[in-house]
Ligand binder design. Structure first.
Ligand code: PLP
Length: 394
């Protein structure tokens, strides 16, 4: 088994990580290993495999070569011990909750959390008797004051969804660790090029590979990476118990995406910063939410902890009427309305802060822009046409 040396720089590791050509007759790229069942030559070999907690390789859902390659790559990139692949990012985010939930438990969830995880908390976790408390993304070490005897985990997402609040992850992780409480961080924004939560004291890191790692809007996949064996084992058990396996095509697609993710990520960030700066100077824009902008409230923490950025930003649009908002959005031919991000194509999605307790109070209509690999000058010209359409609609 080839394991890339930690001494190699990230681009070198990304070119080779996960897949071992020697395990497939020397094939450079991993084949899609479609199948359900692995055969055994004799009873003794089967009995040994059946007694192995890693279930390797008996049945696809329990463990398979595509999952091994993807999980190995992600564990190494995040600086963790081992990883568990899941059929979507949400499944990966949900896994630590499901692995550790019990009636009467209390969980602390950042208020800027991805919408679907808020729904998980309100639906499945609430029915199971788990008490969910949302905390201010800017709380930092103050999270210590919210930890109770019954607190099972602290959930972090930094930067958060929609308005991209940057959290003081090391301070939160240290406060939770001091009380023996598990920390989980959604690291999709960094994917994991700009920030590795496990290096900052977090126990479990979850990533939606649907976004930058896949990068081409054609897979859905997630992964949970654990710091050590003690944090890994409950995740693996819960994943197996709930039939959490991911599809072969998606995992091979993610391995392919890893080869170029750094180039795409860097380009998206460079273009996003150009667009963000241009938007920031427009009179129609109340505020641009993008941590790399010096005016962003999270800029100092971002500079301290991150070494890169995603190409996604939000703006509070100061439109005189809903008609004007519609004119702006509908004029943006290079920003069709779509829910995802991290792909090669630019997108726009309206955002709602209605469910939040600690949302920013800026006036205006919140719109999220995913910046793709188009020429940023074309994207800016497109936005300029949008503003013209908005003015015309008043
Ligand atoms: C999209 C997203 C998810 C969910 O990932 P899916 O692959 O769509 O299930 C989780 N967290 C964040 C921050 C996301 O943007």
């Amino acid at each position: 088994m080839v394991r890339m040396s930690k001494d190699y720089a990230l681009p070198t590791r990304l070119a080779h990580i996960g897949h071992d050509p020697a395990s497939y007759h020397g094939l450079v790229a991993p084949p899609v290993a479609r199948g359900s069942t692995f055969l055994y030559p004799d009873l003794e070999t089967y009995r040994r495999a059946a007694g192995d907690p890693d279930h390797r390789y008996r049945y696809w859902r329990l463990g398979n070569p595509n999952a091994d390659a993807f999980e190995r790559a992600m564990a190494e990139l995040e600086g963790g011990h081992r990883a568990v692949a899941a059929v979507s990012g949400v499944a990966a985010c949900a896994l630590p909750f499901l692995a550790h939930m019990r009636a009467g438990a209390h969980v602390l969830v950042v208020d800027g959390v991805y919408d679907q995880i808020r729904d998980l908390c309100g639906n499945v976790l609430a029915r199971a008797g788990v008490e969910v408390e949302y905390y201010d993304p800017l709380i930092g070490a103050g999270v210590a004051g919210l930890i109770r005897e019954s607190t099972a985990l602290v959930y972090i997402e930094s930067p958060g969804s929609a308005t991209f609040e940057v959290q003081d992850v090391p301070a939160i992780a240290a406060a939770a660790r001091a009380r023996g409480v598990l920390t989980v961080a959604d690291n999709t924004w960094s994917s994991p090029l700009a920030f590795r939560p496990l290096e900052h004291g977090v126990d479990v890191c979850v990533v939606s590979a649907t976004k930058y790692i896949g990068g081409h809007a054609d897979i859905t996949l997630g992964v949970a990476v654990a710091r050590d064996e003690a944090t890994y084992r409950p995740l693996k058990t819960a994943a197996v118990d709930m039939g959490y396996s991911a599809g072969a095509e998606d995992m091979v697609g993610a391995l392919r995406g890893l080869r170029t993710v750094q180039l795409r990520y860097r380009q998206a960030a460079a273009s996003a910063l150009r667009v963000a700066r241009w938007l920031d100077a427009r009179p129609e824009v109340v505020r641009v939410c993008y941590p790399p902008l010096p005016s962003d409230p999270g800029h100092a923490l971002w500079r301290r902890d991150f070494d890169g950025a995603a190409g996604i930003l939000s703006l509070f649009l100061d439109a005189p009427s809903d008609r004007a908002v519609r004119a702006f959005v509908d004029a943006l031919d290079l920003f069709p309305i779509g829910s995802s991000w991290g792909g090669y194509e630019s997108l726009l999605q309206p955002q709602s802060l209605a469910a939040r307790s600690f949302a920013p109070k800026d006036r205006g209509t919140l719109l999220r822009l995913q910046i793709g690999l188009e020429d940023p000058a074309d994207l800016i010209a497109c936005l300029e046409r949008g503003f013209a359409a908005m003015t015309g609609a008043q």
